[in-house]
Write a protein that binds this ligand. Structure first.
Ligand SMILES: Nc1ncnc2c1ncn2[C@@H]1O[C@H](COP(=O)(O)OP(=O)(O)OP(=O)(O)O)[C@@H](O)[C@H]1O
Ligand SMILES: [Mg+2]
Length: 269
């Protein structure tokens, strides 16, 4: 695969095996400190650290079952960690009541693995769903059409507004799902395997969309992926999750040049 490379220079330098240093030019929008989570004897997170800076694209890679989804669930308050500190946009997740957590979630877009569209709803209804759920944020919207259209135009699919998900290809579904996360104008977008199951050309289109969304809205993105090419093109910084910790951190070029066997394993084709 050969994605169009137009890589921005990294904004932050980090050192392997170390929690990234605070960078005073950039604000942290997500902070995980020493997070642990076990299921019985299965110790999934063993002191995991992560910082997402405002406006950056951070890629988290880890092999299947390493705890990436567990980490994201802890992050949005769907799962409680056993110990550690988790802060999103200055708020410590464990201290929030339901309503405050819900408000905070409306600022976080979550692109689920697959696309998770509601099959019985049209594209338009799928996009209206989060607007109804987070009415507090948008206020009463009398005519949803302009917002729905704006979100769909961002992904080049305005013409699909009245179609059912069944009538869309896999790549189109993924783009509609992305439009659905955009409708609330989130400050942070969490992508779980945004390119998995897509052919290389469609994957490239999705990556380009992610980049253009970041440029247009200045969103901060946490991207979970197995796709090394996706990581190369989109990441300004990467974190490798190995053995429950942030085993390695750095730019794509720093990490892909590493001779550490556990790091090398990620970049072998
Ligand atoms: N609710 C749960 N109860 C018990 N064990 C769980 C639960 N959720 C996750 N696990 C375990 O935690 C570990 C990490 O799971 P997780 O889903 O985070 O992996 P992942 O890194 O997202 O993998 P993949 O790349 O396949 O999506 C796995 O061993 C899984 O079985
Ligand atoms: Mg997962």
């Amino acid at each position: 695969m050969n994605y169009d490379m137009n890589k921005d220079t990294p904004k932050i330098k980090t050192n392997e095996h170390q929690k990234s240093k605070d960078n005073f030019e950039q604000k942290a929008v997500i902070r995980l400190n020493n997070v642990t989570k076990s299921f019985g004897e299965n110790h999934v997170l063993n002191g995991f650290n992560l910082v997402l800076y405002e406006g950056e694209n951070l890629v988290v890679m880890g092999k299947s079952g390493s705890g990436k989804s567990v980490m994201i669930k802890c992050l949005v308050g769907l799962m409680a960690p056993d110990s550690g500190y988790i802060e999103v946009m200055g708020k410590e997740i464990s201290t929030l009541d339901r309503q405050t957590l819900d408000e905070l979630r409306s600022d976080i877009g979550f692109l689920f693995q697959g696309s998770a569209l509601y099959d019985s709803m049209t594209v338009r209804e799928n996009l209206e769903f989060p607007m109804r759920r987070h009415r507090d944020k948008l206020g009463i919207v009398k005519d949803t059409t302009p917002l729905v259209l704006e979100a769909l135009e961002n992904v080049g699919l305005a013409h699909t507004m009245n179609l059912m998900p069944d009538e869309l290809s896999g790549g189109m579904k993924r783009r509609v799902a992305l439009a659905r996360t955009l409708i609330l104008k989130p400050k942070i977008i969490l992508y779980d395997e945004p390119t998995s199951g897509l052919d290389p050309i469609t994957a490239k289109e999705i990556i380009e969309l992610m980049r253009s969304i970041q440029k247009k809205y200045g969103t901060s993105s946490l991207i979970i992926t197995h796709d090394v090419d996706c990581a190369r093109v989109i990441s300004e910084r990467m974190v490798l999750l190995v053995d429950g910790i942030n085993y390695a951190e750095g730019t794509y070029s720093e990490l892909s040049a590493s001779t550490d066997p556990k790091v090398e394993a990620f970049f072998k084709k």
